[in-house]
Design a protein around this ligand. Structure first.
Ligand code: ZN
Ligand code: ZN
Ligand code: FE
Length: 759
């Protein structure tokens, strides 16, 4: 019997062909396997029917851990047997095919970890030990095909031993482009803050010891530098916060193992699975009752972001220290991308850190750690980056147009859509300056190049002043691409529809800010999405509220609260009482009050984020937003310990959900109820109100699906409350699981909206 098989999915650079070779030879089959780029891997088998049957069983059950099979297409071939043995063909044309899939960086596998700790292994204590089942990919690949010459491993010619393993089809390191050993691979070294070499026979463990003693060490990893310090010592943490200009933003930590995490945080079964997965993301975990870390790690929050070691280097770091974990935050100057080059690190971090732990492999593409939060059994990406990007999101249908989408402004990503694959880039950050603009442009171009896409259109936000909008205009002009501008919240809803393959939806989209089709500031919207991502309509929204002082109202939520309650309560006295929380004190308070009196400088917004901010200010939970989402995050942390005491019924007039009355109730009850209970009540009011509007719209339009997207969908209490109400009505409730609900998912939404539209 002769068959031809096409396997589509993540099957390149993950040890898939050697695996096929192994199971073909084991089953006595002849033929070949080769890469076909877009079409995945092509296999021809010749042998007995029973042997082929067994081959398919092995294919399903024994596939390499990194391989993801999206589809298997089998065709019977006519004619006589042609092959005398089974061969792995090295195909040269694979880069010419479009839509190739590059695997993400993957954590060290258990086999490599075992060898790392085995004194008899040639790679004993080799910090960058890897095989075909693990190690960096995306961060070292410069171009396709994925051969060592096209990666930053080209600087490290293999020694005889590594070469032998590399060329043995039955070895775990067959064609592993990252194969290296202490003799031939990248080296690691410790320096002072000024870059002076410190001679030490064990620089990694020495670095860990220094961290444990209270020093700050910058450590180079796969995708960039981390700044590493103690989790219990205030002094270095304070210093770090000062120099990073991060007074409040939580730091991520890396724990030595799962048991260590459990000493300070709660870990559910699904969280443990995620923590130990090949992607090794940072997982947001609830602090437990024994939490003993410095308050400077995650101030004012009920949870803390934790990850496990993902390279040999990380494991070794803990060997000479007793600490359960280290603070491990990505090294990026304010509003800049994560630092990846040694020179750049020396130049920019010398004043921040005491030591550097460098290695001498170049990072081709920077990549931050991913961050995930579990809402019960549902996975919510806060940031989708290392371990996930640039593996594509698979769509059910093929797009008409090949698109590059550039996203919005905050927490941005880029996305390339080709056929039914959407390649979302690593985390780029806030695109407001030249450095992040260049990073975004390079990341987008790199994705186009890796996937060998012939781009038809470039998609961006509707906001006329976003840096990304301007970049899209430039790229459209330069390359003759169609320009496609798309409304922010429509894009969020399109993303949700595409992720779940639904043709129509009532989308609840709540976030901080997006430019509306009417030019106004939107952020608490009910949107009808129909006809496969091409037809959107705003059908309801939150009450409009004044943003006094524009961006200042976002930074200082007291302004928001004052604006909403002005003329409804004695808010003037309250503001004056809290004047110390405004940068210019009484003077500023007076100006704010005057502006309300004269009704001047008043933009309005329907933003849900700003409502949560205002509640945070009224309850005294947060007066200044020093990082994105801070007041709302701290409000949620407060609400975690509360219950619904106000039991407010949603006030809906026409298609508008009233928010003023809820704020007033909270304002007037601050003496009567605890802030925890009031914070919880506010969440429930919004969730209930939004669910009511959505359910009404669903029944009017005969739609069975309601979705929740936008940055507010990070908020666990709101999501769980809304889910309960919607599902109790017999409707389907959808949230994002493959991309972030916040603006990190915007590029994906723009890409699908553009990719499926006619122009
Ligand atoms: Zn491995
Ligand atoms: Zn070697
Ligand atoms: Fe948004």
């Amino acid at each position: 019997m002769r068959v031809k098989i096409n396997v589509v999915g993540i099957v390149q650079g993950v040890g898939f062909r050697p695996f096929i070779y192994r199971i073909a030879v084991e089953n006595g089959l002849k033929g070949y396997v080769r890469n076909r780029g877009d079409a995945g891997v092509e296999i021809v088998l010749e042998g007995e029917e029973s042997q082929i049957k067994q081959f398919f069983e092995d294919l399903r059950e024994k596939k390499p851990p990194l391989a993801q099979i999206h589809d298997v297409i089998t065709k019977k071939l006519e004619g006589e047997n042609q092959y005398k043995k089974f061969t792995i063909f090295r195909s040269s044309e694979e880069a010419e095919l479009s839509g190739s899939v590059i695997p993400p960086d993957i954590a060290i596998c258990s086999d490599c970890l075992r060898e790392l700790c085995d004194p008899n292994d040639p790679r004993y204590e080799y910090f960058f030990i890897t095989c075909t089942n693990c190690g960096p990919r995306f961060t070292i690949i410069e171009k396709l095909p994925y051969d060592r010459e096209n990666t930053t491993m080209r600087d490290f010619p293999m020694c005889g031993f590594c070469q032998k393993e590399y060329t043995d089809p039955l070895n775990r390191r067959f064609h592993a482009q990252t194969v290296a050993c202490p003799k031939c691979g990248p080296k690691v070294y410790l320096t002072t803050s000024r870059g002076k070499l410190i001679k030490h026979k064990d620089p990694i463990r020495e670095a860990g010891k220094l961290v444990s003693e209270g020093f700050i060490v910058a450590i180079k990893g796969y995708g960039g530098f981390h700044v590493v310090t103690s989790i219990v010592r205030d002094k270095p943490l304070l210093r770090l916060r000062e120099v990073k200009h991060r007074s409040q933003k939580p730091f991520a930590i890396m724990a030595r193992n799962i048991e260590a995490i459990k000493t300070f945080a709660e870990v559910s079964e699904s969280e443990e699975t995620l923590l130990t997965s090949y992607a090794r993301p940072i997982v947001l975990l609830n602090k437990n009752s024994e939490y003993y870390l410095s308050d400077l790690v995650a101030p004012g929050l009920h949870n803390v972001g934790v990850m496990l070691p993902y390279t040999g280097l990380h494991y070794m770091l803990f060997d000479n220290a007793d600490d359960a974990a280290f603070v491990m935050t990505s090294a990026n100057p304010p509003n800049q991308p994560i630092i990846k080059d040694n020179d750049e690190a020396l130049e920019r971090l010398s004043d921040t850190v005491d030591y550097f732990l460098f290695h001498n492999r170049q990072i081709a593409h920077r990549c931050d750690d991913s961050v995930i939060h579990m809402h019960n059994s549902h996975q919510v990406f806060i940031r989708r980056s290392r371990g996930y990007a640039p593996a594509p999101i698979m769509l059910k249908a093929k797009a008409k147009n090949c698109v590059v989408a550039l996203g919005g402004e905050q927490n941005n990503t880029a996305c390339v859509l080709i056929g039914n694959k959407a390649f979302v880039s690593q985390h780029i950050g806030d695109v407001e300056n030249l450095e992040t603009k260049v990073f975004l442009e390079n990341a987008a171009k790199h994705l186009v190049q890796l996937t060998n896409s012939k781009v038809d259109a470039v998609a961006c936000d509707l906001h006329p002043k976003f840096t990304t909008t301007k970049l899209a205009q430039e790229l459209a002009e330069e390359n003759g691409w169609q320009l496609f501008q798309f409304q922010h919240h429509y894009a969020h809803v399109a993303a949700l529809m595409a992720e779940h393959n639904v043709k129509e939806i009532v989308g609840v989209c709540c976030d901080g800010y997006g430019y509306g089709v009417d030019g106004e500031a939107w952020g608490g919207e009910i949107i009808l999405g129909a006809q496969s991502y091409s037809d959107f309509k705003r059908i309801a929204h939150l009450e409009k509220q004044p943003l006094v002082g524009g961006d200042l109202a976002t930074r200082y939520p007291l302004r928001m609260a004052t604006g909403i309650l002005y003329r409804k309560a004695d808010v003037a006295n309250w503001l004056l009482k809290n004047k110390q929380h405004l940068p210019y004190g009484e003077k500023e308070a007076q100006i704010i009050l005057k502006q309300f009196e004269n009704h001047s400088n008043m933009i309005e917004t329907t933003s849900c984020g700003r409502i949560l901010d205002a509640v945070a200010a009224i309850l005294g939970v947060c007066y200044e937003r020093t990082y994105e989402g801070e007041p709302a995050m701290k409000l949620e942390s407060t609400a975690m310990k509360g219950k619904d005491v106000l039991k407010l019924k949603p006030i809906v007039k026409g298609n508008i959900l009233n928010t003023s009355e809820m704020l007033l109730e909270i304002f007037e009850n601050t003496q009567k109820f605890s802030k925890e209970n009031l914070a919880y009540s506010a969440h429930v009011y919004l969730a209930r109100g939004l669910a009511t509007l959505a359910i009404e719209a669903a029944s009017e339009n005969k739609i069975k699906t309601i979705g929740f997207t936008g940055g507010v969908a990070f908020n666990e209490i709101t999501v769980l409350t809304m889910r309960k109400i919607v599902e109790s009505m017999g409707l389907r409730f959808l949230t994002h699981e493959a991309i972030p609900p916040g603006d990190g998912g915007l590029s994906f939404g723009q890409a699908v909206a553009c990719g499926f539209s006619q122009f």
